[in-house]
Design a protein around this ligand. Sequence first.
Ligand code: HEM
Ligand SMILES: [Ca+2]
Ligand SMILES: [Ca+2]
Length: 296
Amino acid sequence: QLAYDYYKTTCPNAEAIVRREMLSFAFLDATAPAAFLRLMFHDCQVQGCDASILLDPIGLKSEIKSSRNFGIRKLDAIEYVKSALEAECPGQVSCADIIALAARESVALSGGPHIAIPLGRKDSRASNYQQADAHLPSPSISVDAFLHIFMAKGLNLEESVAILGAHTLGAGHCLNIIDRLYNPKPDDLMNPVFEARLRLQCPTLNPLMNLTATSNDITPIIFDNQYYRDILLGKGLFFIDSSISRDPRTSDIVKQFAIDQDYFFRAFSSAFVKLSSANTLSKTKGEVRKQCSRVN
Ligand code: HEM
Ligand SMILES: [Ca+2]
Ligand SMILES: [Ca+2]
C-alpha cells in the first residue's frame, strides 16, 4: 500500500519541504542528522513505522519515556516540519512519513546515498513504553539476537550488517558503555588505547557520574564507511559494534564494507527501504495526525 508517488496529487512538494527544513536543521546543529536517523529506527522498531514514538499522551507513560529511548532528540524539529506541511497541504502527510523522510534526507546531506523511499505510512493511535522496553535493543545484544531483529523485517545478512553502519553518524553516552568497561564479557577485546580513552571519559560504573558522549566513529558527522574500519581496529563504541567485526557470519561483510564504500551504500540503501517500510499501518487502522504529539 506504500507508493513512491503517494503524494503526487495531494502534496507534490512534500519531499522538497522536508529536504529544505532538514538542511536548515543541519546547518544549525551538525549533530542533528544523527538524531533523525536514530529516530526512524526507534519508531520503526516499536509497533512499526507509525510515529508512535512522537505521541505524548498527558498522564500516561508513552514510548519516549522508556529508558531505551535515552538520548532521542529533535522531536520538536519533526513537529516543526509537520506544521510547515500542514500549512502547505493540511491533513495529508503523516508524521510517520515525515520521520522516514527526515532520516533519508539526513543520510544524503551527510554525504551518504540518496535513497528513494515509498510513502503513505499512517500514524498510530497509541503508544506504550512497555513495547519500547521490550523491542528496542540493548547495546550489549548478541549477534544472534541482532540478526534476528533485522532478518524478521526481511533484511538479508548483508543488509543487516549495513544497517548498523548507521553508527557512522552520531554519538553514544557513557551509560551505554560502562558495562563494557567495568563488567566486560570475556570475549570483548578492545583496542587498548581506545579503551583507555573511554575509561577517561567514563570513569566510574555509576551512570550519574558519566554524562559525556563519545562519537560512534571518528567521522561522526560524515556518512561514510569509516565505522567499519574503526570496528575492525577494535574501536567500536558498543559491544554489538565490536561483535559484528568478529563474528564469523558477519566479519567478511564488515571487511568488504570497510574497503568498498559504494558496496556499503548500495546495501545500506536497500536495508533502509526495508526497515523504514516494515509493519506500516493500513488506512483503516491508522490516521494522519494533525499534530505529531497528539492523536486526532
Ligand atoms: C541492534 C541494533 C542497535 C543497537 C543495539 C543500537 C544502540 C545504540 C545506542 C546504545 C546508541 C547511543 C545512545 C546514546 O547513548 O545516546 C545508539 C546511537 C545511534 N544509533 Fe543505534 N543501535 C542499533 C541500531 C541502529 C540502527 C538500525 C540505526 C539506524 C538505522 C541506528 C542509528 C543510530 C544513530 C544515528 C545513533 C547516534 C544518535 C545521536 O547521535 O543522537 N542504530 N545506538
Ligand atoms: Ca513506531
Ligand atoms: Ca562517519
